[in-house]
Ligand binder design. Structure first.
Ligand code: 0XW
Ligand code: MG
Length: 366
């Protein structure tokens, strides 16, 4: 089987709800969808959709420029040989893993369809038919965030992530105490600062919330700041934005820098890279998520397939952007949240196929 062509599409993903985090507010995004076309007639889809240009160094136009650079060198390769596909991408362009991720995901989609297996069956096997997600509570007043956390627990979520930072730390401390009062025991809580806290505020917050069971996600902007405060905090520390690639995961794990991760599919480089990070975490008993910063049903499906292969005791869930996008790329087989859980797609490959009307005409073809 040979790769005969590649199409790149734009899909608009307007946000129907406001999603505010410390560094940015997500409104209207444009997702980049890749279609790999084989000479056998099989096609596979991948996607990359950074959450705007500020959340992390990746951005939409950068992804498209990288695909322009990489695309031509892949024609003629066997897309089922995903190792070879990744080596060819690395030979054509240094870095830009978030763009390469779309090709990698599409390669796994084709491999699954060619072997008539779901992606999760090819990368370790699923733990069940559904997986947990977590609810990310956007920055709002302490009372509103507490109400949201309580309601999501009632709805069936086992974990909430509260956005903190980007405001007076006293307001975050008040929020965390109000959330504690509002929820019943059993709901796991992550306070995600998205890189925004000074080491001073990270220490204030952690000490004043000493009696609250929670993890602090990505408290500060750099590895050095996290290393400096880590052992002065009362809470476990998870790394998200700074887990930029497999090497930074290895470095953080071997240096004992963190207690877990928010692992992001496209930032790391796709399904291939995410499963390596999953296995590193397994070897060191570290909990983690399998999600992405944003994206439609293709990214959601890929996150869910990898999430389905993680040991449940260490799995922190797969967050997907479905609530915010308000419509699906594949209305027949949408990746949907129900009662805090997501069904693992059942069809071969990723198990989702974007609607041709939503794809429109390609913005790039090779
Ligand atoms: C909750 N997320 C996975 C989605 C937003 O883009 C931010 C992110 C996070 O954990 O930082
Ligand atoms: Mg995070």
């Amino acid at each position: 089987m040979k790769l005969a062509g590649i199409n790149v599409y734009n899909i608009d993903v307007p946000s129907v709800l406001q999603y505010k985090l410390a560094s940015a507010t997500v409104t209207h995004l444009q997702s980049t969808v890749v279609e790999l076309i084989t000479d056998s007639g099989l096609v596979g889809f991948g996607e990359t959709c950074p959450a705007g240009p500020v959340y992390q160094p990746q951005h939409m136009l950068g992804a498209r420029a990288a695909l322009q650079e990489i695309g031509p060198s892949l024609i003629g390769l066997d897309p089922r040989n995903i190792g070879q596909l990744n080596r060819a991408m690395n030979a054509a362009l240094n870095g830009s893993r978030y763009a390469k991720a779309a090709i990698d995901i599409a390669g796994w989609d084709i491999a699954g369809k060619a072997y008539n297996r779901r992606v999760c069956d090819l990368i370790g096997g699923a733990t069940g038919d559904t997986i947990p997600t977590y609810y990310s509570v956007t920055t709002a007043s302490p009372d509103e965030m507490a109400r949201e956390a309580r309601e999501r627990q009632q709805e069936g979520y086992a974990r909430v992530q509260l956005k903190i930072g980007g405001r007076d730390v006293e307001e975050d401390i008040e929020t965390l105490h109000k959330v504690k009062e509002a929820i019943k025991p059993g709901l796991r809580v992550a306070a995600d600062a998205n890189r925004s806290l000074t080491s001073r505020d990270a220490m204030f917050l952690s000490h004043r919330c000493r009696d609250i069971s929670m993890v602090i996600e990505q408290p500060c902007n750099t590895v050095e700041e996290i290393a400096a405060v880590r052992h002065q905090l009362c809470h476990p520390v998870y790394m998200d934005e700074l887990a930029e690639d497999v090497n930074s995961v290895i470095r953080a794990v071997s240096g004992g820098l963190v207690d877990g991760f928010g692992l992001k599919l496209t930032r790391l480089g796709g399904i291939s890279a995410l499963q390596i990070a999953r296995d590193i975490c397994e070897a060191r008993s570290l909990p983690h998520t399998c999600d992405d910063s944003w994206g439609g049903d293709i990214i959601a499906a890929a996150c869910v397939h990898v999430g389905a292969t993680v040991a449940p005791s260490r799995f922190e869930g797969s967050w997907i952007a479905a609530h915010y996008i308000g419509r699906h790329f594949d209305e027949q087989n949408p990746v949907r949240i129900q009662g805090g859980r997501i069904g693992v797609p059942t069809g071969p490959g990723l198990g989702v196929t974007p609607d041709r009307n939503q794809l429109g005409s390609p913005i790039m073809s090779f």
